[in-house]
Design a protein around this ligand. Structure first.
Ligand code: HEC
Ligand code: HEC
Ligand code: HEC
Ligand code: HEC
Ligand code: HEC
Length: 378
């Protein structure tokens, strides 16, 4: 009897640890990608790791009702919270893999809805979608072929799972759009909208945000490069993205213009808490002259005044820079020969005014971050 109970307890314990961490298996064969992922915001999207998400959740009316509906995008890998078995609580999934490897790699399609889109995951066990231009359209099924009466075995594909290279969403980024397209609040107002426009651009979510960087994609398959998995504007790798924002300057008799060419296929800094700014100064005769600061933001609110996202029902003003737009900012300061104009284009993760209201003091999100800058010698 006692041994039975011990066995049952043991089983319960192992099934729990088994359910706990999905990424552990991936780590053993994809160590480089796994390490990168640890630094990404996708591994830190829960209230236990993202101070900004926590600050907003703490003030959100749904918190009092204990209804963590943010889970479908922020922590979909916490399956017990997703299917209502348990309430939001601190655990290893929330802390280390709220959006696990599988959560992205099993997205078969994205269902479009006005309120929020929905990810449809494949039900095929151990099948992951991926992109590879040379293998596009093919499916790699793991098999061990025996020959010579089993004396030699030949392995193909991954020794752990099947790979489906035929899903367009992993080439053009449609697989990102279940979570990233838009989100309406309970008033049916779009709190954020990436407003994607493809235009003539050859780039996609995948080419810009998962560029090929050095390091092998798997232990068992030596490759020179792999797709970057450390997406985050917080901790931050501006050099990966700054090349898609081109700054230029035209001088005229009455002053000058600064042009910002946005090559991204979406609105810049669409998240309502961000504040995007252009800071320009002139270095003249050993002195620095700071010029007016230009802000680009989509301000949302109620009754003509800015308000928190769950209360907002209208756009108060929108100066955000849209997909593939070139924005020109005029300055009435006449330039002289020998001047150097310093142009900085950057952002606050949290608009300082909102940070105050939300009581966020963490320096990493309240300081101005330069995305790209350029010096122009006149
Ligand atoms: C036992 C080792 C092993 C484990 C465990 C493993 N993989 Fe793999 N995986 C591989 C190998 C080897 C390849 C390369 C196969 C090829 O290119 O033929 C691969 C390829 C992939 C690819 C496609 C790469 C491409 O070429 O585009 C994805 C996506 C992937 N793995 C995801 C995962 C995820 C997610 C997990 C964890 C749930 C995981 N893998 C666990 C060995 C493994
Ligand atoms: C439809 C998917 C979706 C849902 C549902 C969702 N979010 Fe998000 N959230 C996102 C995405 C995607 C981002 C990243 C957007 C970006 O950076 O432009 C984000 C970013 C945020 C940020 C900014 C985080 C930062 O570090 O700057 C906050 C705050 C936030 N969400 C709060 C919430 C809260 C609170 C809820 C639930 C009441 C919620 N979200 C529900 C998709 C979602
Ligand atoms: C399961 C939902 C989900 C999917 C799928 C997803 N993301 Fe995200 N992503 C998020 C959430 C949620 C955040 C914001 C987390 C936060 O700030 O707390 C985010 C943040 C980001 C950020 C960084 C923004 C920032 O504030 O640092 C980038 C870039 C990004 N995602 C790109 C992508 C790309 C590219 C894809 C597709 C290959 C993708 N994501 C797929 C949910 C998702
Ligand atoms: C041509 C390159 C390019 C393409 C294509 C592109 N992005 Fe971006 N993305 C950028 C740049 C540059 C930034 C930095 C500015 C910013 O944060 O808005 C950025 C920022 C982001 C952010 C963070 C926004 C924030 O401020 O929190 C998210 C999320 C994101 N992209 C998702 C996507 C998704 C999803 C797609 C596909 C629909 C996509 N991107 C396509 C260049 C690109
Ligand atoms: C936000 C969604 C997302 C998450 C989370 C994610 N991946 Fe990926 N991954 C992708 C996309 C999209 C691609 C296709 C990019 C390409 O091959 O160009 C990809 C490519 C890969 C590849 C092939 C790399 C190459 O260069 O072809 C491997 C292997 C892989 N992922 C493993 C993982 C592992 C392991 C994790 C967890 C530690 C993980 N992924 C988490 C979206 C994601």
């Amino acid at each position: 009897m006692k041994t039975w109970i011990t066995l049952l307890l043991l089983l319960a314990a192992t099934s729990q640890t088994h359910a706990a961490l999905e990424n552990t298996t991936c780590k053993s064969c994809h160590p480089v990608i796994f390490e990168e992922y640890q630094k990404s915001i996708h591994s830190k999207a829960s209230i236990y790791k993202d101070v900004v998400h926590k600050a907003v959740w703490d003030k959100h009316p749904a918190k009092a009702k204990g209804n963590y509906k943010c889970a479908k995008c922020h922590t979909p890998s916490d399956h017990d919270v997703m299917n209502g078995k348990s309430k939001l609580a601190d655990n290893e999934i929330q802390r280390t893999e709220p959006i696990s490897c599988q959560q992205c790699h099993k997205i078969e399609s994205v269902e479009k809805h006005a309120k929020v889109n929905k990810n449809i995951l494949t039900t095929k066990p151990k099948t992951f979608f991926s992109a590879d231009k040379e293998l596009k359209g093919t499916k790699v099924v793991f098999k061990e072929e025996s020959s010579f009466f089993g004396m030699f075995t030949k392995k193909s594909g991954s020794p752990y799972h099947d790979i489906d290279y035929s899903n367009e969403g992993y080439y053009n980024g449609d697989s990102c759009m279940g979570c990233h397209s838009h989100k309406q609040n309970s008033k049916g107002f779009a709190v954020c909208d990436l407003e994607v426009k493809q235009g003539d651009s050859k780039e996609s979510c995948v080419s810009c945000h998962l560029p090929q960087v050095q390091g092998s994609l798997a232990n068992q398959k030596e490759s020179a490069t792999h797709a970057f998995h450390g997406q985050s504007i917080h901790n931050t790798t501006p050099e990966l993205l700054s090349k898609y924002i081109k700054l230029s300057l035209d001088k005229n008799a009455n002053g000058f213009n600064v042009n910002i060419k946005n090559e991204a296929t979406h609105t810049l800094f669409p998240q309502p808490l961000r504040l995007n700014q252009l800071k320009v100064s002139i270095e003249r005769d050993g002195k620095i002259i700071d010029l007016k600061i230009e802000s680009f933001a989509r301000v949302i609110g109620t009754d003509g005044k800015p308000s928190m996202p769950w209360l907002a029902d209208a756009i108060i003003s929108d100066t955000s820079i849209k997909a593939l737009e070139t924005r020109t900012v005029k300055y009435d300061d006449v330039l002289k020969e020998g001047d150097t104009v310093v142009v900085k284009f950057g952002y606050y993760v949290v608009n300082p005014k909102a940070a105050k209201k939300l009581e966020i003091t963490d320096k990493s999100v309240t300081e101005f971050i330069v995305l790209t800058k350029k010096r122009f010698s006149i």
